[in-house]
Design a binder for this molecule. Structure first.
Ligand SMILES: [Zn+2]
Length: 275
């Protein structure tokens, strides 16, 4: 049922970590109508430890992955940063922040992300502040990772405050991702975009995510699979789209949530072109 009708739907998955996925996933996504994706920089599961380690990763994100995706007819864009978990070694963080601008200028890099907080620590706050300063200085889009579970509301507020302190940053150029029911309204009211993450076990089920659309509306909101090394599903967006369809939402609204909205946000970077 999903596949028969999903061919009509064009989907952008704006948050997915393809470095941790197989080519089978690229193939399945291409067959399912997901022809444009964006990949934020994230933690590798271990600390990279050296500037060279980060260069290797940034090269993988900007050179290898777009070429691998292109073989399946998928446009691959990315975001560059240090992960919040990589903030505790401040000296290394400083060195990596110095090389980030080189990568921001590459043709498939859309901005700075996913930055944010993990445990809301003091060093994480310092590195977050530096990323936000860099984004402000270079007029880059920002993709924000918000902390998990009990730290989420506090962390989301701390991050929004850091960004709003920079009057030159327009909040409509900032995506606050991994939002949940108790953070959506506040994020929207402050003028930011809202990201919902669909995970098979943690984060949103298709049902919960569609509830959010029904309660808070479909403006300035996107959904993503955030598929990575853990239990996750690169076709999660299709399942949420199908949930909307089963509840009787129009194809126009579905297309808005899964294609037009991410396209509108991402097109604020002139390098982005949806397929
Ligand atoms: Zn992520």
């Amino acid at each position: 049922m999903v596949h028969g009708r999903a061919l009509l739907l064009k989907i952008i998955d704006p948050h997915i970590h393809m470095v941790s996925r197989t080519t089978d996933d690229y193939q399945a996504m291409a067959l399912s109508g997901i022809h444009t994706i964006t990949e934020p920089a994230f933690w590798a599961g271990f600390d990279r430890g050296t500037v060279e380690g980060f260069r290797d990763y940034f090269n993988q994100l900007t050179l290898f992955e777009p070429a691998r995706a292109a073989k399946f007819g998928i446009k691959h864009y990315c975001w560059i940063c240090l992960n919040p978990k990589e903030s505790e070694d401040l000296q290394l963080a400083e060195e990596v922040l110095k090389i980030i601008p080189e990568y921001l200028d590459r043709p498939t890099v859309l901005g700075i992300g996913e930055i944010g907080l993990n445990k809301n620590s003091r060093n994480e706050m310092k590195v977050l502040e530096k990323h936000v300063e860099l984004a402000a200085r270079k007029n880059e889009l920002i993709l924000v990772h918000t902390p998990h579970l009990e730290d989420k509301l506090k962390g989301t507020r701390l991050i929004m405050d850091v960004i709003l302190n920079h009057k030159e940053i327009d909040p409509s150029r900032v995506m606050i991702d991994h939002a949940e029911e108790h953070t959506v309204e506040e994020i929207k009211n402050k003028g930011f975009w809202v990201g919902l993450t669909l995970y098979p076990q943690t984060k949103f089920s298709p049902e919960r995510a569609v509830d959010v659309i029904e309660i808070y509306g479909s403006d300035k909101i996107w959904m993503n699979s955030a598929a990575d090394w853990g239990i996750s599903d690169p076709l999660a967006t299709l399942k949420a789209a199908n949930e909307m369809r089963m509840r009787g939402h129009s194809e126009t609204l579905i297309q808005k949530v899964f294609y037009e909205n991410p396209k509108a946000f991402l097109s604020q970077c002139s390098k982005f072109e949806a397929s």
